[in-house]
Design a protein around this ligand. Structure first.
Ligand code: 0X9
Ligand code: ZN
Length: 432
């Protein structure tokens, strides 16, 4: 009988581990708040020497006392990591006990023909589906939507910018929105799709978007880091950087938001290819960065407003992130994000913090928003969308609609303010 029981146990061990009835063997996200410098150092060691992925902050450089750390711990390092934490008296709680279920939930719905479904925009989509959607959106709206190929990624995937031009009036200025610089921040590409759909459906219906689109053309890059995004669907949901191969190391990927030419690779970035904030070999070394920078350089006379969409932590940021110095129009930018945050609070009862990047989160040089600002796009913003750390990067599809609507209302608020400010001084726009 005993032998039979043992046999049954062994036969089902694999199932038991996978279903999580044995908790220790599941992937988990832990919340840890280090209380002393010693605990900070131990956490830095754990997050760099053991198989884990930092969710918050993005790199061990930023770990400090009394500040919450979110750490993804895969099942195979769970015991070791927890033993180390315990040994050093570091208290942890489990933020997410079931990340694999959430990941499954996020990808499950991408059925063979998701484009026909009514809630297409309330789901996450694979890169292939997003390419298909770009194409279809252009075909369905030949007079108003144009897909412009601005370059290709390291692995030679196309980078398409969608130009929305709803009104043919002359001398229009433009705004730019990019999504998905960081691969694992899936809510960002979902926002770009949401925005396009909203603009096309509510032009001449909603007064605010009509006024915006009557005055501004919109350039939208739905996935700035297609290689990384594809990799998060195929191999590693936690991947952040692009997928370029380094000449000097076996580690893969450059943080595209450290690769722009804005105090490149100074404090807050790293020249070590194995870190999450690797700045690359030189500014604009990455084809994705180069394509965006080239496009914006050649459209800088018309583009007046720049948005870059990220997650998570609910923040509305503006330059600078690469220095503690204030931007020349700091007060204007502050008023804009302040009003946007108020509007979000009023409509959605949700709290967004705001301010210049360096003072609100951390010094982070080489970012697209700072670079765009220095190019002359004086209204430049980075949004960190939902949530504040309940699900982190694994925001369930049921939250997409709220997350996108609140970001949308913030974009609209800022765009309307920019139109007001620049009404008197519009310059001729480009034709492409
Ligand atoms: O660190 C970043 O690149 C952004 N945060 S994230 O968690 N999405 O990685 C913040 C970017 C703020 N702007 C600049 N650093 N320029
Ligand atoms: Zn990001």
């Amino acid at each position: 009988m005993r032998a039979l029981l043992l046999l049954f146990f062994l036969m089902n061990l694999d199932k038991l581990l996978k279903t999580g009835h044995c908790k220790e063997t599941q992937d988990q996200i832990l919340t840890i708040t280090p209380k002393t410098q010693k605990q900070v150092d131990i956490l830095k060691t754990i997050s760099t020497q053991y198989e884990t992925a930092l969710w918050q902050p993005v790199s061990s450089h930023y770990i400090k006392e009394e500040t919450e750390v979110h750490l993804f711990v895969p099942s195979n390092s769970s015991q070791t990591v927890k033993a180390l934490l315990q040994k050093h008296g570091i208290i942890h709680t489990v933020l997410l006990a079931n990340p694999n279920e959430l990941i499954e939930m996020q990808t499950r719905n991408d059925s063979t023909d998701p484009r026909s479904s009514s809630n297409f925009y309330e789901r996450y989509h694979s890169l292939e589906d997003i390419y298909h959607w770009i194409n279809k959106t252009q075909q369905d709206n030949p007079d108003t939507v144009k897909a412009i190929l601005i370059g290709s990624s390291y692995e030679k995937r196309p980078l398409y910018v969608m130009k929305l031009s709803l009104n043919n009036s002359m001398n229009k200025t433009a705004m730019w929105i990019d999504c998905g610089i960081h691969a694992r921040e899936w809510i960002a590409p979902a926002f770009c799709l949401w925005f396009v759909q909203y603009a096309l459906s509510f032009y001449k219906v909603n007064q605010e978007i009509t006024h915006i689109l009557d005055n501004i053309d919109v350039y939208i890059l739905p996935v700035m880091n297609p290689d990384g995004y594809h990799y998060t669907w195929a191999t590693d949901r936690m991947w952040r950087k692009n997928r370029s191969v380094s000449k000097s190391s076996n580690c893969i990927g450059v943080d595209l938001n450290r690769n722009f030419d804005a105090n490149w690779c100074t404090e807050g970035a790293s020249n070590e290819p194995c870190t999450e904030i690797y700045c690359g070999a030189f500014p604009e070394s990455e084809p994705e960065t180069r394509a965006v920078a080239d496009f914006l350089r050649s459209h800088k006379d018309s583009v007046q407003l720049y948005f870059s969409m990220h997650s998570y932590s609910q923040m509305l940021l503006f330059p600078y992130s690469c220095t503690l110095d204030e931007a020349e129009n700091h007060q204007d930018l502050l008023e804009m994000v302040q009003e946007a945050a108020h509007v979000i609070r009023r409509h959605y009862r949700n709290t967004y913090t705001y301010g210049s990047g360096a003072k609100t989160i951390y010094l982070a040089p080489g970012g697209s928003d700072d670079w765009a600002y220095d190019l002359g796009i004086k209204y430049s913003f980075t949004f960190e969308l939902q949530d504040r750390g309940r699900y982190g990067f694994l925001l369930p599809p049921s939250h997409i609609s709220r997350a996108c609507n609140e970001a949308l209302i913030a974009v609209k608020t800022i765009a309307l303010k920019v139109i007001k400010k620049t009404e008197a001084s519009t310059s001729p726009g480009q034709t492409d």
